[in-house]
Write a protein that binds this ligand. Structure first.
Ligand SMILES: [Zn+2]
Length: 373
């Protein structure tokens, strides 16, 4: 696989040393821009920060093809720049056992800097060896961890590539997300009437009671074999001596079938409305669709390209069903072909996050294989 592992690890740890929590990606964006320009990539930062509230925009870059391959179709490589919290002051520890961890007080940032480092290292190596290559495009997004709002604000009409490769799937190497869910978050407000709980409780209409009855009758957890439902926040009440006039319940629905997610939202709202009406209260809801489900078919060109590269590298191929969602949800919603490929990030989103050096080198080899495919 002949990847320069030492240089790759150095690059990875230097990237993870940069603070880049969601909406605060500016330092990371500036640094990646320098590195990309150093490799001959022309890069621009878009204006999406105004819409997303991030201090940076998405980075979009392109590198012309070379030699006899200059006229071929480009391919786009994608990683997200942001990390979840706690992600300030990250310090990577390269360990004897071949893993890299944080110091235990922050996440590591393997999500998604294993991807960024592998993309950069693959380009660097292709340039160094002078291997003729097709035109390449690059997209580094902001705020993926906040329901992919960075990618959603990117103007995909700028992209010439038809196939997009993202590396943002926490599973064993050789995996990819065969399907990712629709994700809806919602807020349902039950309105009753306040009354003194001791003097005239019969004048009150207890919004919390209606909400509690609705929640008790919902299929919380795994609603069916491909759909989950959660009510995660309930706000209600103004005092122990007041019949609560208001109950606000917030939750989310994930489903591998888009229509099923929408239907479960309607069912959830109807359930609140029924229980509210039963005691003379009302219920209304608001929803936001953050992600739209997709499924990758066997004949998918990007998948075929990925599987061929795995074969050439003698790596096994797996598929997984992911309930996370990624920028690929956006890519596919915009009508491009794209897959989300596994990268070595384990226990992501916790302070125990780690990566495996051997697998990081494998990822760089996969990326290079895709670029040269
Ligand atoms: Zn990620």
């Amino acid at each position: 696989m002949d990847v320069n592992q030492t240089r790759l690890v150095q690059l990875f740890t230097s990237l993870t040393a940069i603070d880049a929590e969601s909406f605060h990606e500016r330092k990371m964006a500036d640094h990646l821009m320098d590195l990309l320009e150093g490799l001959g990539v022309s890069v621009t930062m878009d204006e999406s920060g105004k819409a997303t509230g991030s201090d940076a925009g998405n980075l979009f870059g392109s590198l012309p093809g070379t030699g006899e391959r200059a006229g071929e179709e480009p391919l786009l490589f994608l990683a997200h720049m942001d990390t979840v919290a706690p992600g300030r002051g990250k310090r990577a520890n390269v360990r004897e056992d071949g893993t890299i961890t944080s110091d235990g007080t922050t996440v590591l940032g393997a999500d998604d800097m294993t991807a960024a480092a592998s993309i950069l290292e693959a380009v660097r190596e292709i340039k160094e060896t002078g291997t003729p290559h097709r035109p390449l495009e690059f997209l580094f997004t902001t705020a993926e961890e906040a329901y992919t709002v960075g990618a959603s604000a990117f103007d995909f009409s700028r992209v010439r590539s038809k196939e997009v490769f993202a590396f943002d799937c926490s599973d064993r190497m050789g995996s990819y997300s065969q399907t990712e869910p629709t994700l809806i978050s919602f807020s349902i407000t039950v309105k009753g009437r306040a009354a003194h709980a001791g003097f005239e409780p019969e004048q009150g209409i207890n919004a919390l009671l209606a909400a509690a009855r609705a929640i008790a009758s919902l299929p919380l957890g795994r609603a069916d074999d491909h759909t989950t439902l959660n009510i995660g926040l309930v706000q209600s009440g103004t005092g122990t001596n007041v019949v609560p006039a208001l109950a606000i319940c917030q939750g989310e629905i994930r489903s591998l079938v888009h229509e099923d997610a929408l239907a479960l939202y309607e069912k959830t709202l109807a359930c609140f409305q029924k229980e509210a009406a039963a005691i003379g209260a009302t219920a209304s809801g608001e929803k936001v669709i953050h992600l739209t489900a997709y499924r990758i078919e066997k004949e998918d060109p990007a998948l075929g390209r990925y599987q061929k590269v795995l074969e050439e590298l003698h790596l096994p191929a797996y598929q997984k069903v992911q309930y996370g969602g990624s920028d690929i949800n956006v890519v596919r919603r915009k009508g491009l072909d794209g897959i989300c490929i596994a990268n070595p990030m384990y226990r992501a989103h916790t302070c125990a996050e780690y990566t495996v050096i051997r697998e990081l080198a494998e990822l760089a080899a996969i990326v290079r294989g895709l670029m040269l495919s």
